[in-house]
Design a protein around this ligand. Structure first.
Ligand SMILES: [Zn+2]
Length: 82
């Protein structure tokens, strides 16, 4: 009887450890992909960092500028078109 309980406990512990390792690995993989997929650009108006996938961006003198909002984008355009 005692051996059976011990075996069961060992089995459950093994399963728990297995899933913990699996979870950790998948989280690490996800964060790696996140870092690779999205490049952060600095908003030159307010200084905050935005993803380069933002829809608020302007190409000027062959350089891409990204902004956090329409407001910052407009301020930038205003500043560089005067
Ligand atoms: Zn901004």
């Amino acid at each position: 009887m005692f051996t059976k309980v011990l075996l069961l406990v060992a089995l459950v512990a093994g399963i728990v450890v297995f899933f913990k390792i699996k979870d950790k690995k998948s989280i690490e993989k996800q964060s790696d992909e996140f870092v690779n997929a999205v490049e952060m650009k600095q908003d030159s108006i307010c200084g905050s960092f935005v993803e380069d996938t933002t829809k608020y961006k302007v190409r000027l003198h062959d350089k891409l500028y990204c902004f956090c909002s329409e407001e910052c984008k407009n301020k930038f355009i205003e500043k560089h078109t005067k």
